[in-house]
Structures are given as structure tokens and as C-alpha cells.
Ligand binder design. Structure first.
Ligand SMILES: *Cc1c(COP(=O)(O)O)cnc(C)c1O
Length: 383
């Protein structure tokens, strides 16, 4: 069994996909081609945001947003402690200080109380200037945007939505990638909406920022890329990837989101007696980038992993290490601030979470097998 069976997805989409790839090669407009413009329009329409700007990957997208706001040395950026490395890497690479905020034990997303405490601690310390919050839609579920937005407004902070895992999710009828002042996503192949390589995008309603981001993506271009008015990056989505994404977006909206949510519902029903299943808040919809259960402790987790491995069922621990424990952050980390902030929930989740196979084209037989073997693994621990 595979963790995400992308080959099976390709088999389903093959006729349309091969045609799109071939046409794109024949046209040979590889950079800034017509497919890039079309996918940007389609993504903006889907998310209901005015501007979509594609770029090379989800990490660049975060960095571009922070560059657009001029975030740099001396600035504090609040990020959840339990997330993929990029969320903290983007501010740190620009010289800003990521402040690691604990998460809610049920949703795995940034905790409002911990966020408020982190902001107050930075203000009281009076060295760094609080500038922005990066909220992450972890494993597919949107962060608590009503709550986070209120805090961002209260302290006059920019809100950046890291929707790399959340694309396709929503709160009520409002879609992921529309909650931030700028929002970003990733088209890494294993994300809810992936391409056949690296890709990413930014979303914003702000005309001026959209123009700045377009410039930053192409070496800080002015009237063209040989007229450089600021320092930028070279971060673009290939036309070929855009063509691939257009086929994938149609399948994603047309059927995959629903398929994956049905698989999640079945897991919920059949696993919730044995393990802690994911909690999704009322009115929130997850795009199920991961289906992540919690075990009692790390030794039970090891046992379950090894039972599943015995049947060739892959699992993954997202994440084994919270950001505050990553060596890479040792130097940009204001230890005296981060030491005042408890991140015990993130620490505990790293010991207990386990992500199991989920993807739109998973068969009933495959899913039944995963369920059966998880239950078998748990029962082996009960002696
Ligand atoms: C994958 C991911 C990213 C980075 O995306 P890339 O396209 O791999 O650079 C950023 N944030 C989160 C939460 C992610 O899961």
C-alpha cells in the first residue's frame, strides 16, 4: 500500500493529463505562458480572492509575503510550534525572529491564549517589534481565523495564512487561502492540490501588494526583468506545471475533495473507539491533507507503527520535532522570550501523533485493512 497513491491518480486522469502536457510542450511557452495566467484566474475564482500570484513553491510563497511587508531583523513573527519547518524558516531567513506559539490539543492549530500570551511577552520584553502572525491550516483544517483575526486587529499585526495543507478547506462558506491579509499555498505533489513537481501561490485582495509580489517573484522587476527596482527572487511556476494543475484542479473540485472526506468520515466512525481521531470544529471543513490519530504514548505508537509495517502499511509522524527544538533556530531564537512560553501541547503531540494513509483514490479494501491493523496494534498493547 502507498501513503498517497499518486500513480493511481495519474491513471484516472491520464487521457486529459497527457493531452495537457503534450499541448504545453508543443506551445513551448515554458515560462510565463498562457497556462500560468489561466490557472491563476481559476485559483483566484475558486478561493474568491482578487489576486492569485503563482510562484516556485510554498516556502517561497511565505517568504515573498513577508518580503512584501518588509519584515526583517528586529521583527517578531508569531508561528505555531507544531507545523512544517517552512513556517518558521521563512521569517528566520529574512532575519526576523520566529516566536513559537503552542497549539490547541484538539485541532492541532495555533492556540488563541498562547498567541495572546506570546504577543504580550514580546511587547513587555520591548526589544523585538511584533509584526505578523503566520497561521497554519494543519493537516487540512483551517486555523481559528475568527479568533486570530481579532487578535491581529487588536495588536495591529499582519495576518499571513499558510494554507499549504489546507487548500480546499473552508469555514462555513469561506475558503482556505482567503483568511490572511496575504495567504499562501503549496502544490508539492503530496499536498491536497499538488502538481508534478514544486509549485506554490499567494492570494490577496490588496492591489498594491499583488503588484509588489509580482515584482519580487521576478528579481524585483520594474517595467521588465532588466529594470530592477528592488531585491527579489526568481520564483515562478512553470507553464507545464500550470497545465498539470488545471487538470488536477478540475478533478479536485469535481470529485477528490468529496472522496477524501468520505474516507475520513469512515476512519472517524471505525477508529474513534480505539484511538483519538481528528477533531474538526463545527462549520469547519478539512481538506484532509493528513489523517492524524493520537495514541496514548510513544511506545504504543511504536507498537502500532510496527504492526502496520508488518502488513506493508506505511505511516508517518508529522511532526516528530516541534519547531522550538530544531537546531536551525538556535541562533535566531530569543531564548529568554521563548523560555517564558509554554509549548507543552506541541511537545506532547510530537510524542503521540500518527498519520495514516489517506488519498482520494484509496480503495475500500485498503482502508478496511488499515482500520483492522490499527485496531490489532492497539489490542496488542493492552496486555
Ligand atoms: C509543505 C508546507 C510548506 C512548504 O511548501 P513547499 O512547496 O514544500 O515549499 C509550508 N508550510 C506548510 C505548513 C507545509 O505543509
Amino acid at each position: 500500500m502507498e501513503f498517497k497513491n499518486l500513480k493511481r491518480q495519474y491513471e484516472k486522469l491520464k487521457p486529459e493529463m497527457d493531452k495537457a502536457i503534450q499541448e504545453s510542450c508543443e506551445k513551448a511557452d515554458f515560462i510565463h505562458g498562457s497556462e500560468v495566467m489561466k490557472i491563476e484566474e481559476e485559483l483566484a475564482d475558486y478561493v474568491k480572492v482578487k489576486h492569485c500570484i503563482t510562484c516556485a513553491n510554498g516556502t517561497d510563497a511565505l517568504q515573498l509575503a513577508l518580503m512584501c511587508w518588509g519584515i526583517s531583523r528586529g521583527d517578531a513573527v508569531f508561528v505555531p510550534d507544531f507545523t512544517f519547518f517552512s513556517t518558521g524558516e521563512a521569517p528566520a531567513v529574512l532575519g526576523a525572529t520566529p516566536i513559537f506559539v503552542d497549539v490547541d490539543t484538539r485541532t492541532f492549530n495555533m492556540s488563541l491564549e498562547a498567541l495572546r500570551k506570546a504577543i504580550e511577552t514580546v511587547i513587555a520584553d520591548d526589544v523585538l517589534i511584533p509584526k505578523a502572525i503566520i497561521a497554519v491550516d494543519l493537516f487540512g483544517q483551517p486555523a481559528d481565523y475568527p479568533g486570530i483575526r481579532a487578535i491581529a486587529d487588536e495588536y495591529d499585526l499582519q495576518l499571513l495564512e499558510d494554507g499549504a495543507q489546507g487548500f480546499g478547506g473552508c469555514i462555513d462558506s469561506q475558503k482556505v487561502c482567503s483568511f490572511g491579509d496575504i495567504s499562501t499555498t503549496s502544490f508539492f505533489p503530496a499536498k491536497p492540490l499538488g502538481c508534478y513537481g514544486d509549485g506554490g501561490a499567494l492570494f490577496t485582495d490588496n492591489d498594491e501588494w499583488a503588484e509588489t509580489i509580482r515584482s519580487l517573484c521576478v528579481h524585483g522587476k520594474g517595467k521588465d526583468k532588466y529594470d530592477n527596482i528592488r531585491l527579489g527572487m526568481n520564483s515562478r511556476l512553470d507553464n507545464l506545471q500550470a497545465a498539470i494543475l488545471r487538470v488536477k484542479l478540475k478533478a479536485f473540485i469535481g470529485s477528490e475533495l468529496l472522496q477524501v472526506s468520505e474516507i475520513a468520515q469512515k476512519y472517524n466512525m471505525e477508529l474513534s473507539k480505539q484511538v483519538k481521531t481528528p477533531f474538526v470544529k463545527e462549520l469547519y471543513k478539512s481538506s484532509w491533507a493528513q489523517y492524524t490519530i493520537q495514541l496514548e504514548n510513544s511506545s504504543i505508537r511504536e507498537k502500532v507503527i510496527s504492526v502496520l509495517r508488518g502488513y506493508n502499511i506505511p505511516t508517518a509522524v508529522y511532526y516528530a520535532k516541534p519547531l522550538h527544538r530544531q537546531q536551525a533556530f538556535k541562533n535566531c531564537n530569543y531564548i529568554h522570550i521563548n523560555n517564558k512560553l509554554s509549548v507543552e501541547n506541541a511537545d506532547r503531540l510530537c510524542e503521540t501523533v500518527l498519520s495514516v494513509p489517506i488519498f482520494p483514490y484509496m480503495s475500500k479494501e485498503e482502508q478496511n485493512m488499515v482500520i483492522e491493523k490499527i485496531n490489532e496494534g492497539i489490542s496488542k498493547c493492552e496486555y
